[in-house]
Ligand binder design. Structure first.
Ligand code: 6GU
Length: 225
């Protein structure tokens, strides 16, 4: 998977990409993450990328020229999706994550503080995506949330494939929330690990976990059942 992120703050993307599982995904050649700064494409003598809104109002608006030129400069494969991160977009979920993971390339367009000139939408026709019903300062964190989630669907991205299969919202437990997990010690501040997990009977353990998943989903997210 090739990710191309258009952002005024490429360091946010790069620093995240240089850590943990993401870093290993890059090293293993499963993902590639490139960043592009619209400021580098600005034809303005002060490298401006935004301006005041026509009609007045607070804040600045990202201008067309640097974004169009930046977008057009990105090498496109024969199977890419172009995504604009905006609270006005379609809500991201596991289903969209899975679908996007079959693409060869995803180009993300992040705003920061300001809105986009409407002609960026009209001219470049991005798929508009939001990661939830709250407002963020910029699209950078949203793009990272999506990259993290999409990459987990890729073959061999996670150490043990099994660990993604049993995760909440994935197919292992058919859309149920995850069951509770315990590790050593067996007793911590009077709280004991359930006996069933200690007896080595894997049929019983699987059944216990399934029941816990169902109980938890009923209590917390009945909408998923
Ligand atoms: Cl994609 N962008 C911003 N700025 N805020 C958001 C969002 C995206 N998704 C939820 N809130």
């Amino acid at each position: 998977m090739r990710y191309d992120v258009i952002t005024l703050f490429p360091e946010i993307i790069r620093s995240w990409a240089g850590e943990s599982i993401t870093k290993r995904g890059v090293e293993k050649g499963i993902i590639e993450i490139n960043t592009y700064n619209p400021r580098d494409y600005s034809l303005d003598k002060h490298k401006k990328v935004d301006d005041t809104p026509y009609g007045g109002g607070a804040g600045m608006v990202l201008a067309c020229q640097p974004i169009f030129d930046c977008y057009r400069d990105i090498e496109k494969t024969d199977d890419f999706e172009f995504i604009m991160l905006t609270p006005q977009g379609e809500k991201f979920n596991q289903k969209m994550s899975k679908e996007l993971s079959f693409k060869k390339q995803i180009i993300f367009l992040c705003g920061h503080y300001e809105g986009f000139d409407e002609r960026i939408r009209l001219g470049l026709k991005p798929k508009e995506v939001s990661i939830g019903d709250y407002v963020l300062t910029g699209g950078e964190l949203a793009s990272l949330v999506m990259i993290d989630s999409i990459s987990r669907n890729l073959e061999n991205y996670l150490g043990k494939q099994a660990s993604s299969d049993i995760d909440s919202f994935s197919d292992g437990l058919k859309g149920l929330l995850e069951y509770p997990q315990y590790t050593k010690p067996r007793v911590f501040e009077d709280m004991e690990v359930p006996d069933v997990l200690l007896n080595g009977n894997h049929k019983e353990i699987d059944e216990f976990r399934k029941q816990e998943s169902i109980k938890r989903t009923k209590a917390r997210r009945p909408d998923l059942l």
